[in-house]
Write a protein that binds this ligand. Structure first.
Ligand SMILES: [Zn+2]
Length: 468
């Protein structure tokens, strides 16, 4: 287990991290799956009571453009059974319900291998109708791409004539096609989800996981929390009993049921007496990042480590014995030993300036980040498909896979960090912070985040009062 702690080590190698530091696993979103699995294995036997979680406010529950839900509601079975039974199509994945005045709805669950034409036949609808539908408009043509697991519902009137069709993508989105007389109309229907702002807080006794669970946070949200503060707090080594957190996050609800957790909107983490605060800001274009209340970025411009590695096989040095060349050579980077095929990520946002074979580097990617910084990733077994010379890459984006091309004794990533063309030790170089909130968003940032921060403030006051 220890090996994974290294992957996000911020100032050196931490191969000796103790077993109690499970939270270290929180530090990379890429580790989420593994951490969740591990956590599941360590789950406390009793269900912790959900405490200190409440709904702070709830948005209105307007449903815009709601679609008929012939199977989920009170479609009344009494009247249905009183009617002449409708012939039921002979397929187990077809359900039929009859309603009093509106004919019947037939639902078909798409299966693997189903084609639209086959589904139409099974529903007793003609190929002529199918052709008419998919050629009627661009929106209606979307029906052509059906996927297993999704549901297609058809509404027929009492005379058995086609009236409506609803193809559901997910609980929120569906495509509705209606025939009225000879006119076909198609539209995308998006149901309005209800957003609830939730407050949660907790104090760590044993681990962040347990405290977060007790506060009612899902594992995903706990990971998110640790990721937000992961640049400032070392969750492997620096968490202490008494550390505390307060979180404001969004929940999405539909039909009185929780659909999913939305993002964390604001959070505070008090680590060893030092309070860190973060607030989320989303631009109109949909880019969301976390900032300090003053608008500084919560993240650094570079990941400390661009790969999940098992050990550092060679450090940055100006003099080392090269096992293949059999001579003393400087090593102007860090070698991270990792299984062949392990994804390698771009350490920061930037532009690919080289992708290909280059001498001892083997398959190598070089990324330029702004004017001053360049990062180099060598010995790759292969490149990520979308990464080419000139490509823009985002921090954390997979650019290639660990290998042993070029001068390498075994699979590892050779990683270099250059500042103004000069090689620096990737493990020790002071990493610049990511860009603060852009000037043009400053005003919107202040307006949007002020209420969240004051909520956090009041939540924190009760937290402090609690602690005393
Ligand atoms: Zn190397």
């Amino acid at each position: 287990m220890t090996e994974y702690y290294n992957s996000q080590a911020r100032s050196g190698v931490r191969t000796e991290a103790g077993g109690t530091h499970l939270v270290a696993l929180l530090m990379l979103p890429a580790l989420i799956l593994m951490a969740t699995a591990l956590y599941a294995a360590m789950k406390p036997p009793a269900k912790a009571p959900v405490e200190e979680k409440h709904i702070a406010s709830r948005a209105n529950t307007q449903v815009r453009g709601s679609i008929p839900t012939p199977f989920s509601d009170s479609t009344n079975s009494k009247t249905a059974s009183a009617r002449t039974p409708t012939p039921v199509p002979k397929s187990p994945n077809i359900k039929v319900k009859t309603t009093e005045s509106t004919g019947k709805w037939i639902a078909h669950k798409i299966r693997k291998g189903d084609t639209l034409s086959k589904v139409f036949s099974q529903l007793g609808l003609s190929q002529t109708l199918l052709h008419k539908i998919v050629t009627s408009s661009e929106t209606a043509a979307r029906l052509k791409s059906i996927r297993p697991g999704r549901v297609l519902k058809v509404h027929l009137n009492d005379a058995g004539k086609f009236m409506d069709l609803v193809y559901t993508y997910d609980p929120v989105r569906s495509l509705k096609i209606s025939a009225r007389g000879e006119v076909l109309s198609a539209r995308m229907v998006e149901r309005k989800v209800e957003h609830r702002v939730i407050h949660a807080k907790g104090t760590i006794e044993n681990s962040l996981f347990l405290a977060a669970k007790k506060a009612g946070l899902s594992d995903t949200l706990t990971m998110e929390l640790a990721t937000i503060f992961g640049w400032d707090i070392d969750f492997a080594l620096e968490i202490r009993p008494g550390d505390r957190f307060a979180v404001i996050y969004d929940e999405e609800w539909l039909d009185g049921k929780k659909l999913r957790d939305g993002p964390i909107l604001a959070a505070e983490f008090v680590n060893r007496g030092h309070a860190y605060r973060a607030v989320r800001f989303q631009t109109k274009a949909g880019d969301a990042h976390y900032f300090t209340p003053e608008g500084k970025s919560m993240r650094k411009a570079f990941l400390r480590t661009p790969v999940k590695f098992s050990r550092i096989s060679s450090r940055f040095t100006l003099k080392r014995w090269h096992p293949i060349l059999k001579k003393w050579r400087s090593h102007k980077g860090v070698d991270y030993a990792a299984p062949r095929g392990t994804p390698v990520k771009a350490a920061g946002d930037g532009k690919v300036i080289f992708r290909g074979k280059k001498g001892g580097y083997g398959n190598v990617v070089m990324i330029k980040h702004g004017q001053r910084y360049t990062t180099v990733y060598g010995h790759l077994s292969r490149f990520a498909r979308k990464v080419r010379r000139g490509s823009r890459v985002r921090q954390g984006q997979v650019i290639g896979y660990v290998g042993s091309t070029g001068l390498a004794t075994g699979p590892h990533l050779h990683y270099e960090f250059r500042v103004n063309g000069v090689h620096r030790d990737p493990l020790k170089v002071k990493l610049p912070a990511a860009a603060p909130i852009a000037k043009k968003y400053r005003k919107a940032f202040m307006t949007q985040t002020r209420p969240l921060l004051s909520q956090l403030e009041s939540l924190n006051e009760t937290l402090v009062a609690h602690a005393n």
